[in-house]
Design a protein around this ligand. Structure first.
Ligand SMILES: NC(=O)c1ccc[n+]([C@@H]2O[C@H](COP(=O)([O-])OP(=O)(O)OC[C@H]3O[C@@H](n4cnc5c(N)ncnc54)[C@H](O)[C@@H]3O)[C@@H](O)[C@H]2O)c1
Length: 359
């Protein structure tokens, strides 16, 4: 596998005197329920200038959030902006054709973009996108959820303090029941596009570049029709220093799990990321500690807040937003998906019940 192509660092977008306007392109689950809700919450505590947003979607939103103004096309929205250079555009459309969207935004004078994952639908598309972003002068921050998490920051501190010795293996599981959306919605066609981009980014953020070693994936059985390749997948990676990472995402899981297990030569860290925005706390425990530590954690909210601070000139580029990292995630996931052997979803009988008593 080839090393990531170096991409020139972009000049930081210049702060302007105009008020920041937010535009959300793609007002489905991510645009409405994540990005717009977060903007409203951040505006409520003064962390971003306003919760109002121009929302762009060819489909009229059925239940728009307060403060949204819907326009059906990007040109209409761009024409409605007071100052395109001071707008922040959230791209929350399905992964197809991100390059076209960035090209249209650049042509209209947009300079600041937050772009949802996955970064691109293929390694070729990722290369086209990184070249385009480098050349068109738009400052694009690809969404990096777990690098913005308090749990991840604590893991980094524990590693730096040598609390588990030399890290040997990382296992990240991000599973959830995802039936209705997978049957009804075509935003994703493979389990490698749903949670695995987040997990892969986390693994590379923590331990640097890796090679994909093996992968297995399983279908989502549809009792009423055709099966879809959205059941789940496990990917095994080897990092340059020999550390082995296993990433598992079971989208047929009966329960939500967002767990990191990091084994070292002298101990282990087990952490659970918050399983949703409605209960923003994670937990972490390290070998030798009697109790788990509870940490407030709202990583996507922190990420969006950090993006606005960066765009308005008061913060450094948010962690995990290096375009090379995202292009590499695309490359590794494509390699894993192409090499994946068909398998079965984890057996329900095999799931350990943490409080089962020995018979
Ligand atoms: N960061 C996260 O945790 C997270 C969570 C969910 C989804 N996502 C990502 O967000 C993206 C969207 O996923 P979703 O679940 O919201 O899908 P969705 O199908 O619910 O919504 C997508 C919306 O985009 C609209 N759209 C399509 N093409 C458009 C265009 N050219 N211009 C404007 N609008 C357009 C559709 O009409 C739809 O309303 C995907 O890339 C997905 O991976 C990220």
């Amino acid at each position: 596998m080839t090393a990531p192509t170096p991409v020139r660092a972009l000049p930081r977008s210049e702060p302007t005197d105009h008020p920041v306007e937010s535009v959300i392109v793609g007002y489905g689950h991510a645009g409405r329920d994540l990005h717009h809700r977060i903007l409203i919450a951040l505006a409520g505590r003064g962390a971003v200038p306003r919760g109002e947003a121009l929302v762009v979607d060819p489909v009229r939103p059925v239940d728009p959030l307060p403060g949204s103004r819907w326009l059906s096309s990007l040109p209409q929205a761009l024409a409605a902006l007071g100052s395109p250079a001071s707008a922040v555009v959230h791209v929350a459309t399905p992964v197809r054709d991100r390059a076209r969207t960035i090209r249209d935004l650049a042509a209209a004078g947009i300079r600041r973009v937050i772009m949802e994952k996955p970064f691109a639908e293929s390694p070729a598309a990722a290369r086209e996108l990184t070249d385009l972003i480098r050349d068109c002068g738009v400052d694009v921050l690809p969404v990096a959820v777990w690098p913005s998490s308090t749990i991840t920051r604590r893991v980094v501190e524990l590693l730096a303090a040598g609390r588990i010795g030399r890290p040997v293996s990382l296992h990240v599981e991000q599973s959830k029941p995802r039936f209705r959306r997978s049957f009804e919605n075509s935003a994703h066609s493979s389990a490698f596009e749903v949670e695995l981009p987040h997990q892969m980014l986390l693994a590379l953020h923590l331990f640097g570049d890796a090679e994909s070693v093996e992968a297995v994936s399983w279908p989502l059985r549809n009792p009423a029709g055709q099966d879809r390749m959205l059941g789940g997948a496990t990917v095994c990676l080897r990092h340059r220093d020999g550390l082995v990472t296993t990433l598992t995402s079971d989208l047929t899981s009966p329960v939500r799990i967002r767990r990191l297990r990091l084994r070292g030569t002298e101990g282990e860290i087990v952490a659970h990321y918050p399983i949703g925005g409605d209960d923003p706390f994670g937990q972490i425990q390290v070998t030798g500690e009697r109790d788990r530590t509870l940490l407030p954690d709202a990583p996507l909210t922190t990420f969006v807040e950090d993006c606005y601070r960066y765009f308005t000139g008061s913060e450094e580029r948010p962690a995990g937003t290096d375009l090379r990292l995202h292009a590499r995630v695309t490359e590794l996931l494509a390699a894993a998906s192409a090499a994946a052997v068909p398998g079965d979803a984890p057996s329900l009988l095999g799931r350990p019940d943490s409080h089962a008593f020995e018979e």
